[in-house]
Write a new protein. Structure first.
Length: 633
């Protein structure tokens, strides 16, 4: 029996190969010594019905038999995508059926989690029904769940239609549609994350993202349907297992720590005019020049030209399955007679960068990704545009996912990491919260002032959507909008402050701001930029009550490494003039410095052993605080 291991100072995992199968024999917390595998399951950790074993009806009598070809470890330095990591590749082969599996494990330096995925090469297509859900798994974790509490998190995108972005359940055995599962024991545990689109945005491949048994958990769904195997090497989605110990919030910090190593952050303040819903009537060279000047005055770092700049006239035609020729993405000379030369000149003078909206050709599964990449790269080279909002993403099958990722990789690498993307999750089958994060940040939602629609703007809903996601998704990866609404119910300061722990998106035409609002946004963004790096360096988590329009709520950015934190507290339309936040991360912390960064209503905050008491006389207001504690290490 061959034993293969991968480990760092925090986590280790070991596999055995017994001349036929590769299976896990150990998952261990290196710091505490806790072993989570009590009894290995002597079956392949990965499997695909009809491909790595016969159909379920004949599995026991005719399993496939693999032989070990090789295993090797390689170390890679930090690059444009990820932190430094060690890669384990185990290659096994079934000669009789012509199936080669590369089982790959990734361990980032100082991470508490190990990522795995498989590469499958086969000329044989899986037998049985091609278009029917079947049992296939990226990985298997033989964990004894006796005494464990299981919490699953199912996620939802398509934010044009919903403000309910997550469903948290106490999991039971069987299939689960969750991307994320926490396994809690007494003051320690594990998390399992499937890096893929949400279940509702996935192909009808399996009955769930996870299968939970009493002695094991499978991460289901490779992302490859049976009829899609072509003889080429095909890559599955990824599965991640991580460890944690300590108070409740430490499991989220462990998850966030893995996520930041798996994808870099790309901080940006973007001004995009689409939110005022007048852009298509206003778009012209003269108007964009005026907009760029106003966006720069406000403090935005990018001005994003949205739909309608090109001859093809954008979104609606792509949605109607119009065939794109190379002229579709030429600049419309009627709107921009000097191409983008004049607006680039104005942007350079005002010290602001240009960003651009583009809707890739989803109608051919992105098979023309090389030509589409050339269009984007030419914009980068000619006009120094480095941020592109990718709209109309439709991940209908494996090929579309593979092709659009090829485009992202091609452009990131060809530009030496300078080109980055805003990935829209507002509609259709898209990448979601856990896929493609290494290529850019997530454009979370279209929210407008108009009423009566699911995507109508309300500050509390924008706040709630962030708050709901903040435990599980780094807010550093999200764009969050603030609008120019001229109503007395929420101040401009408050609307902007909602975005402080994410990437602010000025979702309006800045050239239409009145002087007072312009100054408020300008001063607020100056404060944000001064503290953004330190806020982003921490693990951002929700605190207080879930936003409802009538709550006390907020966020903490917690950085144990430097013994400091930022607190962003909100009082919504609540009749109580004080509230006490219970923050376990601050238990036993002796606060030696408490600084008010933004406190427009002169509120008072007192902190004692994790109890943060806030007294404030005004409704619909906020306070931003910085605090330090004694380092007892």
């Amino acid at each position: 029996m061959k034993v293969i291991s991968l480990n760092n100072e925090y986590i280790s995992r070991s596999w055995a190969f017994n001349q036929h199968k590769l299976y896990t024999i150990s998952i261990k917390n290196q710091q505490t010594g806790v072993e989570y595998v009590s009894e290995p399951i002597i079956e392949n950790d990965f499997f695909y019905e009809g491909l790595t074993y016969e159909t379920r009806w004949s599995y026991k009598s005719n399993p496939y038999n693999f032989k070990l070809i090789s295993n090797k470890k390689e170390k890679f330095p930090k690059g444009i995508y990820k932190a430094s990591y060690e890669k384990l590749t185990i290659i096994i082969l079934d000669e009789y059926h012509g199936v080669t599996i590369n089982y790959i494990a990734i361990l980032y330096e100082k991470a508490k989690a190990i990522k795995t995925f498989i590469e499958i090469t086969t000329s044989n297509l899986p037998e049985w029904y091609f278009f029917h859900e079947r049992f296939n798994a990226i990985d298997t974790y033989p964990i004894n769940l006796d005494g464990a509490n299981l919490t699953s998190c199912e996620f939802f995108t398509r934010t044009d239609y919903t403000n309910d972005l997550i469903k948290v359940n106490n999991s039971e055995y069987g299939f689960s549609k969750a991307n994320l599962l926490f396994i809690d024991y007494d003051n320690h545990g594990l998390f399992i994350l499937k890096e893929s689109p949400t279940f509702t945005d996935s192909q009808p491949e399996c009955f769930g993202h996870l299968y939970i048994g009493s002695q094991f958990i499978h991460t289901l769904g490779t992302g490859i349907m049976p009829h899609e195997f072509s003889g080429e090497t095909m890559v599955s989605y990824s599965s991640v297992i991580g460890i944690y110990e300590g108070v409740e919030d430490k499991k989220y910090i462990s998850l966030k720590d893995y996520q930041v190593k798996d994808s870099n952050y790309y901080p940006m303040i973007v001004s995009n005019p689409w939110g005022d819903r007048k852009w298509m009537a206003h778009i012209s060279e003269e108007f964009v020049c005026k907009e760029i000047s106003a966006a720069a005055q406000m403090g935005a770092e990018y001005y994003q030209i949205d739909d309608g700049w090109n001859k093809g006239n954008g979104l609606i035609h792509v949605g109607y399955s119009k065939k794109m020729d190379m002229g579709f993405w030429e600049i419309d000379k009627e709107k921009f007679p000097d191409d983008f030369k004049k607006i680039v000149k104005v942007a350079n003078e005002k010290n602001i960068k240009l960003a651009l909206w583009i809707g890739l050709d989803c109608n051919c599964l992105y098979r023309n990704y090389v030509e589409q990449a050339d269009i984007i790269f030419n914009m980068y080279k000619k006009y120094n545009i480095k941020v592109f909002k990718i709209d109309i993403m439709k991940l209908r099958n494996y090929e579309s996912r593979e092709n659009i990722e090829k485009l992202f990789k091609l452009l990131r690498e060809k530009s030496n990491g300078e080109i980055i993307f805003n990935l829209d999750v507002t509609n259709d089958k898209r990448s979601g919260y856990f896929l493609f994060n290494e290529y850019g940040i997530i454009f979370l939602e279209n929210r407008y002032e108009s009423k009566g629609y699911s995507n109508s703007y309300s500050p509390y809903l924008t706040l709630k959507n962030q708050w709901d996601l903040a435990k599980y998704v780094p807010l550093q990866n999200l764009q969050i909008e603030f609008l120019n609404i001229r109503k007395p119910n929420y101040s401009a300061e408050y609307r902007l402050a909602i975005t402080y722990f994410a990437n602010p998106l000025a979702w309006f035409e800045p050239s239409n701001l009145d002087e007072e609002t312009m100054n408020i946004f300008k001063n607020g963004l100056l404060i944000y930029k001064e503290h953004r790096q330190e806020i982003f360096n921490g693990s951002i988590l929700p605190i207080g009550q879930r936003p409802s329009g009538h709550s006390y709520t907020g966020f903490i950015s917690y950085n144990q490494a430097v013994s400091d934190a930022y607190l962003l507290l909100f009082r919504e339309d609540n009749d109580n003039c004080q509230f006490t936040y219970d923050i376990p991360l601050l238990y036993d912390k002796h606060i030696i410095n408490l600084k008010y960064i933004q406190n427009n209503h002169q509120s008072e905050v007192k902190i004692n052993n994790g109890q943060v008491k806030w007294e404030i006389t005004s409704k619909k207001t906020h306070v931003l605080l910085y605090l330090q504690w004694e380092n007892n290490l």
